[in-house]
Design a protein around this ligand. Structure first.
Ligand SMILES: Nc1nc2c(c(=O)[nH]1)N[C@H]1C(S)=C(S)[C@@H](COP(=O)(O)O)O[C@H]1N2
Ligand SMILES: [Mo]
Length: 223
């Protein structure tokens, strides 16, 4: 693990909350032992529907001015770009509607996101043949890992807006990842860097007992 993945700001504030989530992982809390599929059941096993949109973070909500915002792409790519806000808005823009499933058992339907589709983003950065894994690194020091295959799905977005409004700071603005097919901890808020790797580097929650993949239909809460 290089210095790049060390948590920066996080850690000091919500130690108790983090410890209790780790304990949940050890105890297998919330597990129903069922599996399902989106075709059979829109609500994954063990989830309950909410109307409001909860906020979850590690006690820091970084405040990034648009003039200072940058998204860097590192690792095994043909174009290791560093995008400014204007560069990002110049990329092809898309709207997608998707459901949120959080590992703490709430789900929220029909969120309308706007931003850049991962598939369009990948055309820009051109991952190498041997790039199989991705780490998202955020302005709060959070990290999470996915495979390139997971990121390449047509419903994955680098989102800057929700319901037609700029994503609020508490929900990860200026830009967050949205990966609807996985528990929401894979959807990095305040994303700062995307690193393409030939090996897997587990992220913040993945090293604290959460599942490495996090498919809600298989109830992959804990690893
Ligand atoms: N940078 C960052 N991204 C993050 C987190 C975080 O603490 N920091 N929390 C994750 C978790 S556990 C969840 S459930 C969702 C919460 O997103 P929301 O606050 O917009 O509901 O963000 C995910 N992405
Ligand atoms: Mo979460």
């Amino acid at each position: 693990m290089s210095d790049d993945y060390k948590p920066g700001l996080i850690g000091q504030f919500k130690d108790k909350l983090i410890a209790s989530k780790q304990q949940w992982a050890r105890d297998g809390r919330l597990l129903t032992g069922e599996t399902s599929s989106p075709a059979r059941n829109r609500l994954p096993p063990g989830q309950r529907l909410v109307r409001e949109w909860p906020v979850l973070d590690l006690g820091v909500q970084p405040n990034i001015q648009l003039e200072r915002w940058q998204l860097s792409v590192e690792g095994l790519v043909g174009s290791p770009v560093r995008l400014t806000w204007n560069d990002f808005l110049d990329l092809p823009q898309s709207d997608l509607v998707s459901d949120i499933h959080c590992v703490t058992a709430w789900s929220r339907y029909d969120n309308r996101w706007s931003g850049v589709k991962a598939t369009d983003f990948l055309e820009l950065v051109k991952p190498h043949q041997d790039a199989k894994h991705i780490v998202f690194q955020s302005y709060d020091g959070y990290t999470t890992n996915v495979t390139l295959e997971m990121f390449s799905a047509p419903d994955v977005l680098l989102a800057h807006s929700w319901e037609g409004q700029p994503l609020t700071r508490e929900h990860g603005g200026p830009v967050r990842i949205v990966m609807p097919q996985f528990y929401f901890w894979k959807s990095a808020k305040w994303v700062k860097q995307i690193t393409f790797l030939d090996r897997d580097v587990p992220g913040y929650w993945e090293v604290r007992g959460y599942h490495n993949t996090g498919d809600p239909w298989k109830e992959e809460r804990y690893g």
